[in-house]
Structures are given as structure tokens and as C-alpha cells.
Design a binder for this molecule. Structure first.
Ligand code: ADP
Ligand code: MG
Length: 336
């Protein structure tokens, strides 16, 4: 059983009572919390302004070094967190984690976020757990609608789409175990069985939301985005740049969809060097037997996303127009 970890209390965060830790990164911790005035449950992303204290650095290096490093860390974090907040402030969409507030104190930044109790999509697909086509479509469609909103309505690219940054708003699944062992040499991990998540009839599947705008970027803003006016004067490299940066999210979307359907990622190798080469060449396969039962439409869609040439790779508009998405067996409970 998991021992309850000590929950810190932070100066300046008196309005929120931290309940439990939900995630942690290099510079941030995320807690489930409650607004003590309204009793609204939220998530609080805590970002430490000072990663290393100057005193620590004095011992490790020399004083001059300590000062520059402290300043650099501070500058870097301030720039990125302010950008993250500025971008999130302008976003409002059911597929995007809502920023509810921002608190800046002496030692920390606090992002008050809409709470996603279901946790990471990542936790649902690790260890050979995979989704039915219907559930995969349900999840990826919500992510895609969020990306459409970002790319086409806001001129923003996320640049860090991955299962760790896709969160379920609530937990509700039906699970079933598949007898298929994982890919790889069959003398290893024989007992490692795949798990299949059906989700259909599970009493309503939650919404999937895009989180973590720490790496995202504005590619056009309201002033420069004139849908019909001055478009004729935009230089080709600007148009190309915009297409390339959006294409980054579409590649990632393809990787996520692949992973949802089979439970392992399209590109994998123990060696980073080999992995990098595989990605550069777009070398992936629909491995048998894991992909045998999966529809050719799903494979076709993935192939159009995992296309090395960014000019040929599907855009979010083409994605939403693909038969696997469009001609889905109609469900009265389709998310909007
Ligand atoms: P980082 O930049 O450190 O990756 P994230 O914003 O991705 O920060 O948050 C780290 C982790 O915290 C996420 O992967 C997720 O597990 C959890 N998390 C973040 N935001 C929320 C939220 N709104 N609700 C629930 N969990 C969250
Ligand atoms: Mg993250």
C-alpha cells in the first residue's frame, strides 16, 4: 500500500487546500486541491522559482558561477511559465484543460487548473493495455477537436502532444484481458499479457483534455491573422513555417493513435541512436498479430499522419475528414 506522502503548505496559497499529489516533473509538482471558499476541486501546478539556492551552488561551484546560474535558471523559468500562462489564458474549449487562475509569489508560481481526475491517458496505455477502435476513436477525436481549435482558431501549436499530457476528466472504464503476449523476443517477459480496454457500456467515457502548454507557441495572433485580407502578401517561408509547426502536432497525434490501438508506440528502440534513425526514416510497421484485427481505415489514417514529408502529412482538417473518423458507426452519445 502506498504510504501517504507529506503534503507541503505554501506561502501565498492559503485559498487552496492541497489534498494529494497528482504528478511531478523537473520543475513542477501538480496537486489535487480544493478552493476553501467555494469548495471547488482544482489542480494546482506548483513551479519553483529557484531550482537551486545560491548557497548550494556556492559550495558546488564558485560564487560567480552561482550567480549567473541562478539568474539563468530564473530567467528561463520566468519566460516559459509566463508564456504558458499567457497562452492558456486565451483558451477556452472542452478539450483543453482550463486555466482558472495564476498566483505569483516570492518563491513559486501557481497555476490553478481545471481538475482532471481520470489522470493521464499514458497510465491507461502503458504495459500493453490497448483500446478498442471505438474507444480509441472517441479519445483521439476529442484530442483532435482540441488541436483543431488550437491550430485553426487560435494559431497555436502545442508541440508536446503525448499520452502524459492528455488527461481524462473522470474515471470510468470496463476492462478485459487479451491473451496476446507483447512484441519482442519471446523468451523474455512471457507472463506479460496485453490488456484490452473496451469502455463501451462503461457508464459514459470521460472527456480527454490537452494539458501542459509549457512548450507551446503562438504562430499567428489576432493582429496578423486576417483570413481574407492581406494573405496575398504573406511570404512563402512564413506559410511553410506555419505548416511545419502544425505538422509537428499531427505527427504526435499519429503516434498517440497508434499507441492507443495496440498498446505500444510506433517507434521504439533501446538505443536512442537507432530510435532517432527509425523516426527520421519514418520506419514503423503494423506488427502482426497485434494489428491483424484492426481496420484498414485506421491503418490508412495512421500512415497519413506518420508521413516523414511534412508537406504531405495530414493536417487537422484532413484528419477530421478521414473515413475512419467521419464514417464512424453512429453513436447518440458522440462528444461535441
Ligand atoms: P510538466 O511541464 O512538468 O510536464 P504538466 O503540466 O504536464 O507539467 O503536469 C505534470 C503532470 O501532472 C501531468 O502529466 C499530469 O499527470 C498531472 N496534471 C497536470 N495537470 C493536471 C490537471 N489539470 N488535472 C490532473 N492532473 C494534472
Ligand atoms: Mg507534461
Amino acid at each position: 500500500r502506498e504510504a501517504k506522502k507529506k503534503i507541503p503548505s505554501y506561502a501565498g496559497l492559503e485559498r487552496y487546500k492541497l489534498l494529494s499529489k497528482m504528478g511531478d516533473g523537473a520543475f513542477s509538482d501538480v496537486y489535487k486541491a480544493v478552493d476553501v471558499n467555494t469548495l471547488q476541486k482544482v489542480a494546482v501546478k506548483v513551479v519553483r522559482k529557484y531550482e537551486l539556492s545560491p548557497v548550494q551552488l556556492v559550495y558546488e561551484n564558485n560564487f560567480a558561477n552561482a550567480l549567473t546560474q541562478k539568474n539563468n535558471n530564473l530567467k528561463f523559468q520566468r519566460a516559459s511559465i509566463v508564456k504558458e500562462v499567457q497562452i492558456m489564458r486565451n483558451l477556452k474549449h472542452p478539450s483543453i484543460v482550463q486555466l482558472l487562475g495564476f498566483i505569483d509569489t516570492k518563491e513559486h508560481y501557481f497555476l490553478i487548473l481545471e481538475l482532471c481526475e481520470g489522470g493521464e491517458l499514458f497510465h491507461r496505455v502503458v504495459h500493453l493495455t490497448y483500446f478498442s477502435e471505438e474507444l480509441s476513436r472517441h479519445c483521439i477525436l476529442q484530442v483532435a477537436k482540441g488541436i483543431y481549435y488550437l491550430h485553426e482558431e487560435k494559431g497555436i501549436v502545442h508541440r508536446d502532444i503525448k499520452p502524459e499530457n492528455l488527461l481524462f476528466d473522470k474515471i470510468s472504464f470496463m476492462e478485459r484481458t487479451s491473451p496476446l503476449p507483447p512484441p519482442g523476443p519471446d523468451d523474455e517477459e512471457k507472463e506479460d499479457e496485453g490488456e484490452f480496454i473496451d469502455g463501451v457500456g462503461g457508464g459514459g467515457i470521460g472527456r480527454v483534455k490537452i494539458a501542459d502548454f509549457g512548450l507551446s507557441k503562438v504562430i499567428w495572433d489576432k493582429q496578423t491573422a486576417t483570413p481574407c485580407g492581406t494573405v496575398g502578401y504573406t511570404a512563402p517561408e512564413i506559410v511553410r513555417d506555419e505548416r511545419y509547426s502544425k505538422a509537428v502536432d499531427m505527427w504526435a497525434l499519429g503516434c498517440v493513435l497508434y499507441t492507443l490501438l495496440c498498446g505500444f508506440p510506433p517507434f521504439y528502440d533501446e538505443s536512442i541512436q537507432t530510435l532517432t534513425q527509425k523516426v527520421a526514416k519514418g520506419e514503423f510497421e503494423f506488427l502482426s498479430p497485434w494489428w491483424d484485427e484492426i481496420s484498414s481505415e485506421a491503418k490508412d489514417l495512421i500512415s497519413h499522419l506518420l508521413t516523414v514529408n511534412a508537406d504531405e502529412r495530414y493536417t487537422i482538417v484532413q484528419f477530421l475528414d478521414h473515413p475512419w473518423i467521419k464514417n464512424a458507426p453512429s453513436k447518440s452519445s458522440q462528444p461535441k
